[in-house]
Design a protein around this ligand. Structure first.
Ligand SMILES: Cc1cc2nc3c(=O)[nH]c(=O)nc-3n(C[C@H](O)[C@H](O)[C@H](O)COP(=O)(O)OP(=O)(O)OC[C@H]3O[C@@H](n4cnc5c(N)ncnc54)[C@H](O)[C@@H]3O)c2cc1C
Length: 437
C-alpha cells in the first residue's frame, strides 16, 4: 500500500477528502480520482477495509445478481432512495471492477456473488490497489476528529495523526463521509460519522444493531448448534402476527439466530426498544397443514406402537429437539407413548406448528452485522448524495440511514453510494478549483 502523509495539501486544498477506507470510501475515492480530482483518503485504522476483510465469513459476498427491483426489496427503510446510485453503478459494474483487478468471481445459491478464491482479503486488497491506481493517496492511522466548517460550508477536516499530539487541519474542497456504521467497532466503525453529521445540523435516525441474533425465553441450551433449514419463523408484536420468514433457523445458547431470525431482527430490535412484547414462533412442519400433520402423527403412533415418547418424537424431530419437546409438553421421555392421548396430542401438534419463544433481548454492537439508522435520508440528495444542510459535504455507505438483508446487498449499497458520491464530489470540486485539471 502506498501510504501518503497528506503533505500534498501544503500545495493547496485537496479536491476531495474521503473519511473512512471501507468499501464505500474506497469506491468514492477511486471514482473521484478517476475523474481527475486530487483525492486524499483518511483511515483511522492501520490499514483500510478491515471490516470488508471479515465479510461473508471471510469469503466476502460482494453483491447479488438479482435484478434491481429484487435488490430494492431487500433494503430498508426507503429503497427508492438508491435508484440513482444503483443506476450509476450496479452489480455487473462491481464484478467488472474486480475482474479487471484480477479477482475472478462466482455466483452461488441465491444469486450471491463471491470471489472465486473464497478470500475476502483478495477483495479488500484489490479494492485498495484499484483506488491507488486511480491516484488516490491513502493516509492510514489518520483519525478525523471534526469537520471544519467555513462560512457555512465544509472546507476541511481536523485530523489526529499517529505519533503527533496536536491535531492537523487538512483542507479540501469537498468532503465525503464514509465512516460506516457502529457494528463490529473493533474494525474501526464506531459511529463517528453520526456525530459529525449531528454536529453539523443533520438529523440522525437512532442507530440500532441489525442482522443480529436474539435471546429468548425459553432458550434451549441443549439444542445449541442445531440448524433447521426449512422452517417458517413468524414475528409477533404485542400478540399480533406481523411477518413470516421461510428458511434457516439456528438454536444458540441463549436463543435463536440463522438467516430468518437475522432478517426479522431489525423489527425485533426496534420493537424491543419501544418496550413492546415481542415473540417469535417456529412452524417446524410448514409443508403440512394441521390435518395432514395429525394424520402423520397417527400413522407414527400406529407404526411405533409400544415404543417410548422419545421413540415417537425422534420420528418427527431432529434428535436435539426430542428432549426439548418432552420438557415443553411435560412428557416422560422414556415413558410409553400412550402419554400422548387427547389434549397432550393436541399440544404436540400445536408445538410442532407453533413453537413459541418470548424475545428477551438481542446481540449488541460487537456482533451485529449492520447498523440500522444513520444520517437521515431527508438531509441527503439521492441524485448526488450531497448534504442538503452543508455545501460540499457528501455521504456514502452505512453511515446513511439504509441497511439491507444478508445476500450481498449491504456491500452493493456501499459500492454504489461510494461511486455516486465520489463522482458528484469530484465534479463539484473540479468546477470550484481555480487550477485547470
Ligand atoms: C461480520 C460481518 C460480515 C459481513 N458480511 C457481509 C457480506 O458478506 N456481504 C455484504 O454485503 N455485507 C456484509 N457485511 C456488511 C458490510 O461489511 C458493511 O455494510 C460495509 O462494510 C459498509 O461499508 P462502509 O464503507 O460504509 O463502512 P465500513 O466498512 O464500516 O468502513 C468504514 C471505515 O471508516 C473508518 N473510520 C470510521 N471513523 C473514522 C474516522 N473518524 N476517521 C477516519 N476513519 C474512520 C473505519 O475505520 C472503517 O475502515 C458484513 C458485516 C459484518 C460485520
Amino acid at each position: 500500500m502506498r501510504q501518503g502523509d497528506g503533505t500534498h495539501a501544503a500545495q493547496g486544498a485537496w479536491d476531495v477528502a474521503v473519511v473512512g477506507g471501507g468499501p464505500a470510501g474506497l469506491l468514492a475515492a477511486g471514482r473521484a480520482a478517476m475523474l481527475g480530482a486530487r483525492v486524499l483518503l483518511l483511515e483511522k485504522m492501520e490499514k483500510p477495509a478491515r471490516k470488508l476483510r471479515i465479510t461473508g465469513k471471510g469469503r466476502a459476498n460482494i453483491t447479488n445478481m438479482k435484478p434491481l427491483e429484487a435488490h430494492l426489496q431487500e433494503i430498508h427503510p426507503e429503497p427508492r432512495f438508491l435508484r440513482q446510485a444503483f443506476q450509476a453503478f450496479f452489480n455487473r459494474d462491481v464484478i467488472a471492477l474486480f475482474e479487471a483487478q484480477g479477482v475472478a468471481t462466482r455466483v452461488e445459491r441465491g444469486e450471491r456473488v463471491f470471489p472465486a478464491s473464497g478470500q475476502a482479503w483478495d477483495v479488500a486488497d484489490a479494492l485498495v490497489a484499484w483506488a491507488e491506481a486511480q491516484g488516490v493517496e491513502i493516509l492510514p492511522h489518520a483519525r478525523v476528529a471534526e469537520l471544519v466548517i467555513h462560512e457555512g460550508a465544509v472546507s476541511g477536516l481536523r485530523v489526529q495523526l499517529r505519533g503527533s499530539t496536536a491535531p492537523r487541519i487538512i483542507e479540501a474542497r469537498c468532503v465525503i463521509l464514509a465512516t460506516g456504521g457502529q457494528s463490529y467497532p473493533g474494525t474501526g466503525s464506531t459511529g463517528d460519522g453520526f456525530h459529525f453529521a449531528e454536529a453539523t445540523g443533520h438529523r440522525v435516525e437512532a442507530p440500532r444493531p441489525a442482522l443480529v441474533r436474539i435471546e429468548t425465553r425459553p432458550a434451549h441450551e441443549g439444542a445449541q448448534g442445531l440448524i433447521l433449514k426449512n422452517v417458517e419463523t413468524t414475528l409477533w408484536i404485542d400478540g399480533k402476527k406481523q411477518v413470516g420468514e421461510f428458511g434457516e433457523v439456528e438454536f444458540t445458547a441463549k436463543g435463536l439466530a440463522g438467516a430468518s431470525v437475522l432478517r426479522l431482527s431489525r423489527r425485533i430490535v426496534e420493537a424491543k426498544a419501544a418496550d413492546r412484547k415481542v415473540e417469535v414462533t417456529l412452524d417446524l412442519k410448514p409443508a403440512l397443514d394441521l390435518a395432514k400433520l395429525e394424520a402423520r402423527l397417527l400413522r407414527e403412533l400406529e407404526a411405533l406402537r409400544g415404543g417410548s415418547c422419545r421413540h415417537l418424537l425422534r420420528a418427527l424431530l431432529p434428535l436435539a429437539l426430542v428432549d426439548v419437546f418432552c420438557e415443553r409438553l411435560g412428557l416422560e421421555p422414556v415413558g410409553p407413548m400412550t402419554q400422548l392421548q387427547g389434549s397432550k396430542r393436541k399440544k404436540l401438534l400445536g408445538l410442532l406448528k407453533e413453537m413459541r419463544f418470548e424475545v428477551t433481548g438481542h446481540g449488541g454492537w460487537e456482533e451485529a452485522i449492520v447498523t440500522a439508522g444513520g444520517v437521515s435520508l431527508k438531509d441527503i440528495d439521492p441524485r448526488t448524495l450531497a448534504s442538503r444542510k452543508i455545501p460540499n459535504l457528501y455521504f456514502a455507505g452505512e453511515v446513511i440511514n439504509l441497511d439491507a438483508n444478508t445476500g450481498g446487498y449491504n456491500l452493493q449499497i456501499a459500492f454504489s453510494t461510494g461511486w455516486l458520491a465520489g463522482e458528484s464530489a469530484a465534479r463539484k470540486a473540479i468546477e470550484a478549483s481555480p487550477k485547470a485539471h
